[in-house]
Design a protein around this ligand. Sequence first.
Ligand code: NAP
Length: 277
Amino acid sequence: MRVGLFGFPVAHSASPRMHNAAFAALGLAGWQYELWETAPDQLVRRIAALRADPSIAGANVTVPHKIEVMAALDGVTERARAIGAVNTLYREGDRLLGDNTDSAGFIADLAAHGVTVDAHTQALVLGAGGAARAVVHGLLSQGARVRIFNRAAGRAVTLAADFKTLGDVRAVDDLSAAGDTPATLIVNATSAGMSPNEDGTPWPPGLRFPGGATVYDLVYKPATTRLMREAAAAGARIIGGIGMLAEQGAQAFARWTGKPAAEASVIMRRTLGATPQ
Ligand code: NAP
């Protein structure tokens, strides 16, 4: 069987390495993960080809197709609908369905690091793009209180409004008081600090970090971002995003193969060097 990644571009993706390692380690001979670079105007044709080919078990979907692909499917899971984006396609009988494994992948990686998210968690999420939507969904589904800050403030307001039925979520328009505001978990869901712009950070230079906070950075390239270095120097616990990459992949893998996500996750973490310390 085959699975693959629709996106543009996709050459940089770590997904083939981790999925193919899990196929081999879990005895799925004949399974392979491929890269299917797909320009925006090719998406509809690509989905039709996938539907017509029974040797394809499913796919991952990445930028720029995560939202547009939904219109070409027979349905999406409740969490994908809430997040408003799909990263995994899978078959159920004759139907081609969409799921979003990013929010559960994020929560699973926190759990792997021994961080419990519950009603005592006071989270500050930086960003309001697709990844932030998955993170906010994951946090609220565990009962956390969530505050959202985004450079373009209006997008944070919209995000908070979209999720208000799921729990205590609000946009904040200023980070200057963040050092004095209780926050147990700060999450960078922006692309600030991502290679090749490694000097970037979403945290205003000189601003204190709340005491005792864990800082989770979704960026995984570089493995240690400027935000993580500065947070660690200020005494915070830091976690990078490579484990979330493994966990969201393991959940997609389980959808396609029926194997437990936990088994795939062990292999994928090892392949990516994402073993929690
Ligand atoms: P996106 O939809 O393009 O959103 C980008 C977000 O980053 C927006 O909120 C944008 O703010 C903000 N931003 C960009 N540059 C910034 C800067 N210099 N300072 C402050 N904010 C900035 O992207 P995405 O899909 O949400 O992905 C965001 C990041 O998460 C990427 O680095 C991606 O690689 C990572 N990610 C990791 C995983 C994982 O498994 N670890 C999964 C998904 C995504 P404005 O609205 O103001 O432009």
